[in-house]
Design a binder for this molecule. Structure first.
Ligand code: GLU
Length: 466
């Protein structure tokens, strides 16, 4: 009952603690999430991390509490789950689960990637969809938030198996998407090859509508600079943060995790800025090269040959390969750019990051740091650029691909790249402005949450009870 959120006093040990209206409302929304979906731990982590930063905004806007805005924000508008039957090359029949969570369409059509990985569940897709709502808002472009995918594992599958899976997946997904309704794209396990197969399947069922997916090939409506966008964007954001703090990327030593699309182009742009990227990794282990990782070779091994990162060290004399997590590798460096997957940095690994004298952590993957790791960064005065701000470049260029598709034109690489750079600068600026407005002491995570939230909140209020 909303009228119940009057200021309360609680006994906490021997102290009487004043709990604000906003705080008690936030706690009640967290209780509701916990009660409704007690097993959705990834979603809880993502939602609680955001909710915990919104207290000052609710203090300023009690009308949001009255309108029960947060409970609406954490509930997806629609969550679709479906069966994906497919046949492997040896003739066996398989069934995977497909998902699309259309989280929020306040500011535009649903937009967000599709992930193919065995860890995909409704919980994971909800966490990613929730993050996507605020991330897409931060881009300043008119896109709502969604996410989808399947627990299908593309590792070790042939091209024809991946194609048959994508065709079966799209046979159902096509009912729920469209250029002005919901526009999926890539994410982990979904790159140019998969988007091509998905697009072909959609076209056979509905005719040619090139705005229905982004991350397409250049010959059928794809945008130049889309493959580079997340990695380049991460470095533009990091550059903007360092600049605001009176620092530069030149001669910095950087640890990157991952070896996929985000990591590859992050390594390229960091190197162009005059930094040295000393590591990259995959789920088996990591490569260390004090002379700097060659992004072209990473791309060759991972994307073209679909091999393992271990092979990098076999081809480069100065590189060494080790099994295990790159975040357990003890060496002094300046900047950490986690670009692999969620929860890849634990609290203990964050402590090692602090011990290794790292000054900045900016996230290329979605939610790679567990909440205790983020707290450890703060305790050690490490500046932290959260994923929803730092990795928004990919979806931002997807939105630019939608614009190009609508006007049936293609922009030059330079035009798209310049717009991406401006968008990332702007994301840092509005996060910093929110941080200053609410006197958060250079908490760019809270700043990004607040800046992303405010636009969605104002829009939901303007649209009535949605
Ligand atoms: N999967 C990317 C993300 O996490 C990009 C989504 C898109 O391009 O729609 O933001």
């Amino acid at each position: 009952m909303l009228g119940g959120f009057i200021s309360k006093k609680y006994f906490d040990r021997k102290r009487v603690v004043f709990v604000s209206n906003a705080k008690s409302y936030i706690e009640s929304v967290k209780d509701t999430i916990q009660r409704r979906d007690p097993n959705q731990t990834e979603f809880q982590e993502a939602a609680f991390t955001v909710l915990d930063t919104l207290e000052p905004v609710l203090d300023k806007h009690p009308e949001y509490i009255k309108a029960n805005l947060l409970e609406r924000l954490v509930e997806p508008e629609r969550a679709i789950q479906f069966r994906v039957p497919w046949q492997s090359d040896d003739g066996q029949f398989h069934v995977n689960r497909g998902f699309r969570v259309q989280f929020n369409s306040a500011i535009g059509p649903y937009k967000g990637g599709l992930r193919l990985h065995p860890s995909v569940s409704l919980d994971v897709v909800k966490f990613l969809g929730f993050e996507q709502v605020l991330k897409n808002s931060l881009t300043g472009l008119p896109i709502g938030g969604a996410k989808g995918g399947s627990d299908f594992n593309p590792k070790g599958k042939s091209d024809s198996e991946v194609m048959r899976f994508c065709q079966s997946f799209m046979t159902e997904l096509q009912r729920h998407i469209g250029p002005d309704l919901d526009v999926p794209a890539g994410d982990i396990g979904v790159g140019g090859r998969e988007i091509g197969f998905l697009f072909g399947a959609y076209k056979r069922l509905n005719g040619y509508q090139n705005g229905v997916l982004t991350g397409k090939g250049l010959t059928f409506g794809g945008s130049l600079a889309r493959p580079e966008a997340t990695g380049f964007g991460l470095l533009y954001y990091t550059h903007a943060m360092l600049k605001a703090l009176g620092d530069t990327l030149t001669n910095k030593k950087i640890k990157v995790s991952g070896a996929g699309n985000v990591a590859t182009y992050a390594i390229q742009k960091a190197t162009e800025y005059g930094a040295t990227v000393i590591t990259c990794s995959d789920s088996d282990g990591y490569v260390y090269d004090p002379n700097g990782i060659d992004f072209k070779l990473v791309k060759q091994i991972k994307e073209v040959e679909r091999g393992r990162i271990k092979e990098y060290a076999q081809r480069v004399e100065t590189a060494e390969y080790h099994d295990g997590s790159v975040w357990d590798f003890d060496i002094n460096y300046d900047i950490a750019l986690p670009c692999a997957t969620q929860n890849e940095i634990s609290k203990d690994q964050a402590k090692l990051i602090a011990k290794d004298r790292v000054k900045y952590v900016c996230e290329g993957a979605n939610m790679p740091s567990v909440p205790d790791a983020i707290a450890t960064y703060r305790d050690n005065n490490i500046y932290y650029g959260p994923a929803k701000a730092a990795n928004a470049g990919g979806v931002a260029v997807s939105a630019l691909e939608m614009s190009q598709n609508s006007e049936r034109l293609s922009w030059s690489f330079e035009t798209v790249d310049n717009r991406l750079h401006d968008i990332m600068d702007n994301i840092f600026e509005i996060s910093e402005a929110a941080d200053k407005e609410y006197q958060l002491n250079q908490d760019y995570q809270a700043g990004a949450n607040i800046a992303g939230f405010e636009k969605v909140a104002q829009t939901m209020m303007a649209q009535g009870l949605v």
